[in-house]
Write a protein that binds this ligand. Structure first.
Ligand code: CP
Length: 310
């Protein structure tokens, strides 16, 4: 396996299957060690810029704590700081790389994160864009592996908006040898490039994975090992909320829908959840829900990635 030192994390599709497995292995080992004994972090003299151009709770807290655990000083920048006063991406990155050893960025356009990575001499991590959420999917795969033992051959059904989570789950599932089925209404399907990239990854690495996009939530969930959903109106789409609620009628994860999955299927949601919309209380609070394990694993997955790239 090629070393991950210095590598960017932009979509997840840039990894090879053995690199993904190495990140999950590292995360599992570090998680065990952290739970068994909390040691005072040893300062490394390194620092990280954490840029949040969109709101965040889980990602911000987990990245700050992952950095502190690793002895890395985190500096958080908001929209009033980074790229403010018309400063270009180029100039911002060229300044930040003189200060820090790592840039983490949450923003709108995937093209902007890719531009940051092009200009940066330090590793860049995509902490969510409109199109991809690789940190969340690393945590999701870690969580599924913890609950199911292994990933290859599992069927993951994603129900709802074909958004950044759907796009990235297809890439991660393709690398992990899973069968990913996305159920979305017309006009809300995942990015065609993400579908073709996932199919290409599965073929290139011979992982045995498959990817399907279907219309019916019932068809997607039937016999699934993992059922996933996400908000119907992502950040920046709040004005479309009511129209989206109407468009996604029938895509809510209910006990009736979960009953079509395998009896031991798990339910996942990256949070924040909109109870009564994409999922109902009985499911998210029910025995099949592993949403808080999933949220916890953001810390372990990101800590593992940072420790490997630095
Ligand atoms: N799941 C997730 O990315 O949460 P935040 O938006 O709170 O960071």
């Amino acid at each position: 396996m090629q070393s991950l030192k210095g590598r960017d994390l932009l979509t997840l599709g840039e990894l090879a299957p053995e690199e993904l497995a190495a990140v999950l292995d590292r995360a599992e080992a570090q998680k065990r060690a952290r739970l068994n004994a909390r040691h005072a972090p040893q300062p490394t003299g390194k620092s990280a810029a954490l840029i949040f151009m969109k709101p965040s709770m889980r990602t911000r807290v987990s990245f700050e704590l992952a950095c502190v655990d690793l002895g890395i000083h985190p500096v958080v920048l908001g929209p009033g700081d980074a790229f403010s006063r018309n400063e270009t991406i180029h100039d911002t990155v060229k300044v930040l790389e003189r200060y820090v050893d790592l840039i983490v960025i949450r923003t709108f356009a995937q093209a902007d994160v890719e531009e940051v990575a092009r200009h940066s001499s330090v590793p860049v991590i995509n902490a969510l864009t409109d199109d991809y959420h690789p940190c969340q999917v690393l945590a999701d795969l870690l969580t599924i592996r913890e609950h199911k033992g292994e990933l290859p051959g599992l069927t993951l059904a994603y129900v709802g908006d074909g958004n950044n989570m759907a796009n990235t789950l297809m890439l991660g599932g393709a690398l992990a040898g899973m069968h990913v089925v996305i159920a979305a209404p017309a006009g809300f399907e995942p990015r065609p490039e993400a579908v073709s990239d996932a199919v290409e990854l599965a073929a290139r690495f011979g992982t045995g994975a498959s990817v399907r996009v279907v219309r019916s939530a019932e068809e997607a969930v039937s016999g699934a090992d993992v059922v996933v959903t996400d908000t119907w109106a992502s950040m920046g789409q709040e004005a479309e909320h009511d129209a989206r609620v109407a468009a996604f009628a029938g895509y809510s994860v209910t006990p009736r829908l979960m009953a079509l999955a395998k009896p031991d299927a798990v339910f996942m949601h990256c949070l924040p959840a909109h109870r009564g919309e994409e999922v109902v209380d009985e499911v998210i609070d029910g025995p099949q829900s592993i949403v808080f394990d999933e949220a916890e694993n953001r810390l372990h997955a990101q800590r593992a990635w940072i420790s490997l790239v630095l």
